[in-house]
Each structure stands twice: as structure tokens, then as C-alpha cells.
Design a protein around this ligand. Structure first.
Ligand code: SAM
Length: 207
């Protein structure tokens, strides 16, 4: 990890200036996808392996998770990943408008106690920032196995002119799409008898 991380680590601009994600890949990638809280990195590594023409940004402050992602990347010779080994929130303010094509926030910490709800990563203001960073036509993917957080996510991401929930039938949010590999937390949820929700939103272009 000591050798590999400096090569792919994203250094936030000290002065809070904007960071162009495409430039992190020399402008050579067709699209840029970002995952917040990638945990052990299995989803991010799978996506990077199956989409070599896409540049991936992974954000995760948990150092063992970063080490796990780097192992996946080394095992599969992945060169299309850049890592922010830190809290994503200050970084969200450094992303230019419409710089991302896809954004994943999968099984974020649920903080089920009411008094901890402000620690959840999905908030009205972070959804504003997700939407700002996504290009029209881009996609936001959220997942959770916590029914309270599911309602919370829907309350914050639906009813907006700039995001369209793509579900038409219950299967659309009960069944994980084929291009969405299982994460460690999803597996744990099923083992413990909880049913996750897989929520997909299109970034629209309200005039
Ligand atoms: C419950 S785990 C889920 C991990 C993974 N997405 C999965 O499905 O297996 C939530 C992850 O979000 C990360 N996380 C929490 N707050 C974060 C933040 N502000 N910025 C980036 N990642 C964060 C945690 O370190 C943790 O790895």
C-alpha cells in the first residue's frame, strides 16, 4: 500500500479550489464514476475491471478499506482508479458542476438513532452537491438495508426537479441490477434477514 497509494491518491486543493476529476486521468476516460464509502472496495474494483474506459474515484476514510481496495486493484492490474482516503464532504465542495457521470453511495452508515441522524451522508445539502456534480443524464445510485434510512433517502432524493427516481415497479428497487455487484454489507444484510433497497436516480436537466 505504501508504494501504490501515493501514485493514485487524490490530493485535495489546499486552497479549496475546484478539482477536475477528468484531469486525474489525463482526460483520457470516456466517463467518470465515483463511489463514496467504498468499504472493502469490492464494488469499485468490479466496476473498474468491467469498465476499463471509465475513470473511477473512490472515497473512503477507513484505512483498512483503502488497503483492501488497493489489493483488489493490484491483483487485477487496474489502472483506472484514483482514491481519496478521507471524508468525502469537503471534497464534494471542490467538484465542478456536471463533472461526474455516475455516483454510488452504497450502504452508508445508517446512524439509526434519531439524535445521530445528522451524521448520515445523505442529507438535503449533500444531495444538492451530488446533483451539482452529476451531468444531466448521469446516475445516482443509493442503497440501504435500513428501512428508516430508505425512507430518509427517498424523502431527500425524490420530489426534486433535478433527479428522477427510475423505479416503475417494486422489483426495480428490490432486485439489484446485473451491473451492480454485491457488497460486503449487502451480503451481511441478507444473512441477517434484512431486505436492501437499490435506488437509482437519473440526473435530469430542468430548464
Ligand atoms: C456501512 S459501510 C458500507 C461499505 C460498502 N459501501 C459496502 O456496501 O460494503 C459505510 C462506509 O462509508 C464510509 N464512510 C462513512 N462516512 C464517510 C464519509 N464522510 N466519506 C466517505 N466515506 C465515508 C465508512 O468508512 C464505511 O466504510
Amino acid at each position: 500500500m505504501r508504494d501504490m497509494l501515493p501514485e493514485i491518491e487524490i490530493a485535495p486543493d489546499e486552497h479549496g479550489g475546484l478539482i477536475d476529476p477528468a484531469a486525474l486521468f489525463g482526460g483520457e476516460k470516456r466517463e467518470i464514476w465515483m463511489e463514496i464509502g467504498f468499504g472493502a472496495g469490492e464494488h469499485l474494483a468490479w466496476q473498474a475491471e468491467h469498465n476499463p474506459d471509465i475513470g473511477f474515484i473512490g472515497c473512503e476514510p477507513y484505512i483498512n478499506g483503502v488497503a483492501s481496495l488497493l489489493r483488489h486493484a493490484a491483483d487485477r492490474n487496474l489502472t483506472n482508479i484514483r482514491v481519496l482516503p478521507d471524508d468525502v464532504r469537503p471534497f464534494l465542495d471542490q467538484l465542478p458542476r456536471a463533472c461526474l457521470d455516475r455516483l454510488f453511495v452504497l450502504f452508508p452508515d445508517p446512524w439509526p438513532k434519531r439524535r445521530h441522524a445528522d451524521r448520515r451522508i445523505v442529507q438535503f445539502d449533500t444531495v444538492d452537491k451530488f446533483s451539482h456534480a452529476l451531468r444531466p443524464g448521469g446516475e445516482l445510485r443509493l442503497a440501504t438495508d435500513d428501512p428508516g434510512y430508505q425512507r430518509w433517502m427517498l424523502a431527500r432524493a425524490t420530489g426534486r426537479a433535478d433527479l428522477r427516481w427510475l423505479a416503475r415497479h417494486p422489483e426495480d428497487w428490490r432486485v439489484r441490477p446485473e451491473d451492480w455487484p454485491q457488497t460486503r454489507y449487502e451480503a451481511k444484510a441478507f444473512e441477517e434477514g434484512r431486505s436492501p433497497a437499490f435506488l437509482r436516480f437519473e440526473r435530469t436537466d430542468p430548464k
